[in-house]
Design a protein around this ligand. Structure first.
Ligand SMILES: [Zn+2]
Length: 610
């Protein structure tokens, strides 16, 4: 991949109007140094989303989405970093320069452009054949029989490949594409005689597009009994099977808006649903979802509704992907289509989009689904059947995403097995680490942040650290003074530590009279983007006085000392030298002093700004 030159990225960063870009998705109003509005990443009635126009950063206090200009475009337009830069360059009329102006980089880029042009030509050619050629009449009839209208077929640019051996090849060569181009694009197969022939013959063609709708390859389906039923493009410089998601380009706007995407198996399922008014639907190209596919989907929404033929075997085939999805923080649901129908048949049989949405409303979480599957596949009337069901459930329940979800399912299991919830809980007590980790996280969330517990510290620490840094930015003089006494050990996570580095660097530069440049600097550094944005937006949103910053500084120290104490309490037990015990006593004294200082802080009067 050619790299976009740093200077070009800076140029785009300087030219883009953050308020205008965000304004495409939500209405913004000026609020102090920021603009605020309803969040374009989650449904809400009252605005909790802020944009800092000068630094081109955004943050949502409702859902925690945040980042810089490029991150925003990446998220809303579902693009990678380079794609977002190109999108903005396009919009603001900036000619990009690329890093790799070496002969090799140029040749590579030229090659990809040529393949793209060829694939576009092929798409147009197949489309024309489908709609106009007499030989494609059976294909048109087939689509009509399947209930798919002309509009939706045109929207997805369906086509048809004629039955001959070199129809496409001839058409492409007439447009001055070479056999090598055709081979590289996966459109022909090398023949034994040395003369390549068309890969796709007599098939309905489904273009597989990237996030911008550009054809990368094809899926091709027979109408008869020929094998294989589906034939796809081979791996090419542009097309990678493991990344392909049919229909994502068309689905992403609706999927973002509804914050969910339906994943079906077949191309025609996608078309039938879109035709029925369900636009947030994609096809997975097989039941085993890959990590790359999940990542593409996760950029649009974290809520995946799987509409596979979800029997035990079907789910077994994707269990790895599902585990992966869970690790990525995706929320997975199973939509069960009745009577073994596929989604296309279901909506076309009269249920329509409304019927499908009703099914989706009854979707089970993956955990519910697994629990019911385990209960359904064992004979619960017999003791050994119950024992086997129980053994299986142990594993299933330990994978619950939250303790609440697990408890709900525990009650369901207790009901079915006629056990008290307590005895089920007791029997499941040893069921794996993740269940317990879930407990700890749950406690952390429900406890008040100012509680002294170690778990509470994690939840409250982030907010405290971010507010402290925001205060330092808002009160630069005070900020510089207190930051001189702070190092990274005061901060609980890598994100806030990264934000600390940026804030420190910025205040030093400002102190030296330089202008701000950090936003651009953070542009390609994804890790601290969100937290930094949160800090900057907070700095422009809350009223920070020097006294508030002092108080936050004290609270930061208290949290820091508390963490040290908690850690020491664990290790001091096995320490025989007694040194750690002494250190513990010293730290407890420090904490008392800090707490005393916090108590003596005067109640802050509202700053008078007229
Ligand atoms: Zn939000």
């Amino acid at each position: 991949m050619p790299l976009i030159a740093r200077a070009s990225i800076d140029q785009v960063q300087a030219a883009a109007d953050m308020v205008e870009i965000v304004g495409q998705y939500t209405e913004l109003r000026k609020a102090g140094a920021n603009y605020s509005g309803r969040c374009p990443f989650h449904e809400e009635r009252t605005p909790s989303f802020s944009v800092n126009p000068a630094e081109k950063l955004y943050y949502c206090f409702g859902c925690g989405a945040g980042g810089n200009l490029f991150g925003f475009v990446q998220a809303k337009e579902n693009l990678d970093f380079a794609g977002a830069v190109e999108y903005l360059a396009d919009r603001y009329g900036i000619e990009l320069e690329y890093e790799e102006s070496s002969a090799r980089g140029d040749a590579e880029r030229h090659r990809r452009e040529r393949l793209r042009a060829l694939l576009e030509q092929a798409t147009v050619y197949y489309e024309r054949v489908l709609h106009d050629a007499g030989a494609a009449a059976p294909a048109r009839e087939y689509l009509k029989q399947r209930g798919l209208g002309d509009d939706v077929c045109r929207q997805f640019r369906l086509g048809f490949s004629l039955a001959g051996w070199d129809k496409l090849r001839e058409a492409a060569r007439a447009k001055k594409f070479s056999d090598q181009d055709l081979l590289d694009a996966g459109l022909v197969v090398p023949g034994k005689s040395g003369r390549p022939y068309d890969r796709f013959r007599g098939r309905i063609m489904f273009p597989l597009a990237d996030d911008r709708g550009r054809t990368l390859g094809f899926g091709a389906r027979t109408m008869g009994d020929e094998k294989p039923k589906y034939l796809n493009s081979p791996e090419t410089p542009l097309y990678h099977k493991s990344e392909a998601v049919f229909g994502l380009h068309a689905a992403k706007a609706a999927a973002g808006r509804e914050d969910r995407v339906y994943v079906v198996e077949g191309y025609t399922d996608v078309l039938a649903l879109v035709q029925a008014g369900v636009h947030n639907v994609v096809a997975s190209m097989g039941t085993a979802l890959t990590e790359q596919q999940l990542k593409r989907l996760a950029r649009v929404t974290r809520n995946l509704y799987l509409c596979f033929d979800a029997d035990a075997a079907g789910l077994g085939a994707m269990s790895r992907a599902l585990t992966l999805g869970r690790k990525m923080g995706l929320s997975l649901h199973v939509v069960r289509v009745p009577d073994g129908l596929d989604p296309a048949d279901y909506v076309l049989s009269g249920a329509g989009g409304e019927g499908f949405r009703a099914l989706a409303a009854d979707a089970q979480t993956l955990l519910q689904f697994h629990v019911r599957l385990a209960l359904a596949t064992h004979d619960l009337d017999k003791p050994d059947g119950r024992a086997r069901a129980f053994a299986q459930l142990k594993g299933v329940l330990s994978e619950a995403a939250t303790p609440i979800e697990r408890d709900e399912e525990l009650r369901h299991v207790a009901d079915r097995l006629q056990l008290s919830a307590e005895s089920v809980r007791y029997l499941l007590a040893g069921s794996g680490r993740s269940a317990r980790a879930g407990d700890a996280a749950g406690e952390g969330r429900s406890q008040a942040p100012q509680g002294g517990g170690a778990a509470a510290a994690v939840g409250g620490a982030h907010e405290l650290e971010v507010r402290f840094l925001a205060g330092c930015l808002a009160q630069p003089q005070k900020g510089r003074a207190v930051l001189a006494g702070v190092d990274e050990s005061f901060f609980a996570t890598a994100e806030t530590r990264a934000a600390l580095r940026v804030v420190k660097a910025r205040l030093e530069r400002e102190g030296a009279g330089n202008t701000l440049q950090t936003a651009a600097k953070a542009a390609d550094d994804d890790d601290d983007g969100e937290t930094l944005a949160e800090v900057v937006v907070r700095a422009g949103r809350e009223r920070f006085t020097a006294t508030v910053v002092d108080e936050l500084f004290l609270r930061l120290q208290e949290a820091h000392v508390s963490r040290l104490i908690a850690r020491l309490k664990v290790t001091a037990k096995t320490d025989e030298s007694g040194k750690q015990g002494a250190e513990l006593i010293r730290l407890q004294a420090v904490r008392r002093t800090v707490r005393g200082a916090i108590r003596t802080i005067p109640v802050d009067e509202e700053p008078d700004e007229g």
